[in-house]
Design a protein around this ligand. Sequence first.
Ligand code: SF4
Length: 768
Amino acid sequence: MAENIPGNKDESLTPERFSKLRQTAMKAKAAGIPSVLSSLEQMLKYMSPADALKASLSLNQKGGFDCPGCAWPDPDDERSIIGEYCENGIKAIAEEAQQKTIGAAFFKQHSISEMGTWSDFELGKKGRLAEPLLLKENATHYEPVSWEDAFQLIATSLNALGTPDEAVFYTSGRTSNEAAFLYQLFVRMFGTNNLPDCSNMCHESSGAGLQETIGVGKGTVTLEDIHQAELILVMGQNPGTNHPRMLTALEKCKKNGGKIIAINPLPEPGLLYFIDPKNPAKILNGGTALADLFLQVRINGDVPLLKAIMLLMLEEEQKNPGSIFDHSFIASHTSGYDAFIRQLQTQPFDACVEACGVPEPKIRDAATMIMKHNKVIICWAMGLTQHMNAVDNIKEIVNLLLLKGSIGKPGAGACPVRGHSNVQGDRTMGIWEMPPQSLLNGLEKVFHFSPPQHHGYDTVNAIKAMHAGAAKVFFAMGGNFLSATPDTLFTAAALRKTLLTVHVSTKLNRSHLVHGKMALILPCLGRTDKDFQDGREQFVSCENSMGVVQLSKGVLQPPSNNLLSEVAIVCRLAKYTLHSNHPDWMQLEKNYDLIRDYIEQVIPGFENYNQRVRQPAGFYLPNAVKEKVFNTTSLKAQFSVLPMPSIQLHGDEYLMMTVRSHDQFNTTVYGLNDRYRGIFNERRIVMMNEEDMSAAGLARHEVVDLKSYHAGEERTAENFIVVPMPIARRCIATYFPETNCLVNINAVAHTSNTPASKSVVVKVIRKA
Ligand code: SF4
């Protein structure tokens, strides 16, 4: 049986498996009783009832542990005693707090090649990793190794490299602030800035666009702003699956009289209707309608849509100067307005309407709603950030907010919604291949060494460097690198060219099976696990999407006593590799307060860190934009002059976006169902518009191949089942990681270098 890597010939789609696919109509409403049942099923399937109860009562509670799922904030004030979590939060902890463990016996029984034939779902459900594992050169099975030998092997391999830049240190967004800060310190003391992270593949475009236009690479709103907004636009985001507690906040906004416009190629139920499972009245009365207006935009039609809306606003503004645009804000806080307006006026309205695929009357409705309201928030996720013009998408959003003066005031602003629980915190801690000079200066001052000044590899460039043989050791702090990255077969070849791959993980995943000449798996404590160091209980901290830093303290007994915390792993790695006792890594391992003291000295905004992180709801990091301070080159909020994106599709070509199913968090596959979209028991599916299917002569559930084209290069993914879905015309959707093999390594966003996984030009090939 072939290795089950996306892009390889897939022989697993047997008629017997094919027959398991069940498709119903899309759900009309999100959450409700089904989400409670799904949560219970997950908890009782994988956790002991006692652990399930203990964990669910502590999840996202003050003094409890932070959800290892997305980065949606918790309420500052009252948190639901019934449960401050969503169905996917429960799936995340059920996945992590599995009772089953796998160690020496399991890996003796199962070879790499055998495990390679298992699906991502099967791999993830094997159990928690119980001990460190080594794969010797040319070996077929992982075998147990002592922590000491593991660290010695890594240290020897690193110190044997020609230059520190031959090593790559990847970070997934689950890594805590404390571990992330020490990790970047260790890597820079080792001598490189090769610190790619999962943010490179998700909100890097948001960071780049916001940094340039408003002077901060983060969102500018709080949860309370969402509740108080007059109008919220939700663009390129599927909160029902990816940030489910956001639906509670949207419902609160509606209750306060706010309006919602949802913009997406798919009418995702979580954008349209929400039944709060914690509110019996809502369960009885059928829940709350969310979107007041749904705009079914074409994939990557966001810039033309926003231009069309702003043209209508300009038309009204010119009829009634000062009635639509906030000129006092524009005059005192922005620059570039005139050039922006001049270029906007050159944009033919009809071309914008045509390019975005939204009917004109609906565009007019949206423009009217925006004109009526001044406290406007725009929320977005990967649907805007994973395109070649992604940074322009973000800048165009800022243009609209600046016209309305809807930034830097309550109930208004920019809201990139982060997908991983501490991805924002990791960046704040210095996990970035392009470190700001202020960070390097701070590290030099406090730790008395000269950090490397030249920028390192981001994720795409790290893959290219490994493929070219320039990077020889790959170390990953969490994550599932192979499945999260684009161009799977290219990335697999790159990893296989390395001398050593090391993964710090809680569970088995595909990246452990696609390895360097030698490989190590270092099993770590999870977010739900208690963390005792030197006999004293420790806690870590995370930063959510809205810049709140909170403590997270595990409540469950670790599934094995041969695990180390992420902090301990970094400290020992540094001790073995650096041979320096400054800082005193062993003291830091024993007492995380000492780490936070160092963070306070180096990272702005963390004054009295140890005292403030112990406050029940944590603390907000400063965000200059909230004070209308814009740290841009002009020290003003910057209007941007942006071209229309030009993606020409020929005859039988479609634009493909990779998405998550409802039973998935990033590359972690909790199950094979996508309940809201009505797809069950199958992941090798391609969602197509029924008119496109009949135009192409494709039948419901016909099996096809997919081919992508980029810069003359072709990629193939075989055996996908066509499922009819109400998706925008000439747009198709598939799940990742199954179709990451179609995303060419060179198809990246300008400036941010983020893989363009949301607009891949593909053909749907009928089987002979
Ligand atoms: S909304 Fe996100 S952070 Fe909150 S419980 Fe759900 S997955 Fe976890």
